[in-house]
Design a protein around this ligand. Structure first.
Ligand code: HEM
Length: 316
């Protein structure tokens, strides 16, 4: 059993498992039926630069993060546009999101414009890619620091795998048996706060904490402060999956926002993290190289060293 030393900075966590960028590869297969290739590697980099510019100061001239993000956005639009035109030319339909968006009709039989299809494609990758990959990184980080939780997770997932003759393929039917795994996913998402804020506008005057928020004011729900409030979460900075034996008090768990605009991909995100945890916990053990590395919170929370870890295969 060799020891792999690798930076698990999101991409590398994905690399470790099946030798490719799992989250990105999954998203690309589901969204546009593209297999990993030099082009998808390039697209991956453009998305990275676009993400970096999301919360950058909006200075749009060469050399700034914001400018780079805008340029990358244009390149991404061009790639999706090219694929869309190619499909239209030969009337090609795939079992993926792009074809779904191209064919969807509203009650009046109206379809999305090409621009709307491309816009939705880019936005959905932005919404669903780095957020989920980052949550997977945080799951491995917290589990590396919580051996007891990792042991319970491994026990549950080994049992699931053994009951299927050692198969690593989990299906929807296995999920009811993966109760502890579900709690690890929930606790990871609570602590990771990969989407640090939720945006709203007050649609009427609201009294809150002795203040009045006037109608029309923009409001930022700072999710981390909610998720680390000891009034709602006992010992909030401790990774404790068992706290999810009881559901959170309504309104105190906003990792995916809430109401009409709740994250459209929340179930998909949880499923992807669950699958990844199943494979990692049954196949590997891992250790943080710098457990006390400082955390950078903006633009997205991550350990400053990218969560460098050693991974070791549990079985051949
Ligand atoms: C751990 C992973 C994820 C986190 C923490 C997350 C978090 C969020 C948050 C906080 C919002 C704003 C919700 C609100 O304003 O109430 C949001 C919106 C959204 N998310 Fe996610 N998300 C994740 C994964 C995904 C995935 C995998 C997809 C789809 C592929 C996705 C698609 C969307 C979409 C389409 C919206 C906009 C919904 C709307 O405005 O109606 N997200 N997400």
């Amino acid at each position: 059993m060799g020891t792999i030393v690798a930076s698990t900075e999101i991409k590398k966590v994905r690399d470790l498992f099946i030798g490719e960028h799992v989250t990105f590869a999954n998203i690309f297969r589901m969204f546009i039926s593209m297999e990993p290739s030099p082009l998808t590697e390039q697209i991956d980099q453009w998305f990275g630069s676009l993400m970096a510019g999301l919360r950058a100061f909006p200075l749009d001239f060469p050399g700034t993060t914001f400018h780079r993000a805008r340029k990358c956005r244009q390149k991404l639009n061009a790639v999706f546009r090219h694929e869309l035109e190619a499909r239209k030319k030969v009337d090609k339909k795939c079992d993926d999101l792009m074809s779904g968006l191209m064919c969807t009709e509203d009650e009046q039989g109206k379809r999305l414009s090409d621009e709307e299809v491309v816009d939705n494609m880019v936005n959905l990758v932005v919404a669903g890619y780095e957020s989920t990959a980052s949550a997977i990184m945080w799951a491995t980080y917290h589990l590396a620091k919580s051996p007891a939780a990792l042991a319970k997770l491994r026990e549950e997932n080994m049992a699931v795998s053994e009951s299927k003759g050692g198969s690593l393929m989990i299906t929807h039917d296995d999920l009811p048996r993966m109760k502890y795994t579900a709690k690890v996913v929930e606790e990871t998402i609570r602590m990771a706060n990969v989407a640090p804020m939720v945006h709203r506008v007050a649609n009427r005057d609201v009294e809150y904490g002795g203040y009045t928020i006037p109608a029309g004011w923009p409001v930022l729900v700072w999710v981390r402060s909610l998720h680390t409030d000891p009034v709602y979460y006992q010992d909030p900075l401790t990774f404790n999956p068992d706290r999810w034996d009881k559901p959170a008090k309504p309104g105190t768990y906003q990792a995916f926002g809430g109401g009409y605009r709740i994250c459209a991909g929340n179930m998909l995100a949880k499923l992807q993290i669950t699958i990844m945890l199943h494979h990692l916990s049954t196949g590997y053990e891992w250790e943080l190289l710098n457990p006390d590395a400082k955390i950078n919170y903006l633009p997205h929370p991550r350990p400053m060293d990218g969560a460098s870890m050693t991974f070791r295969k549990l079985r051949a």
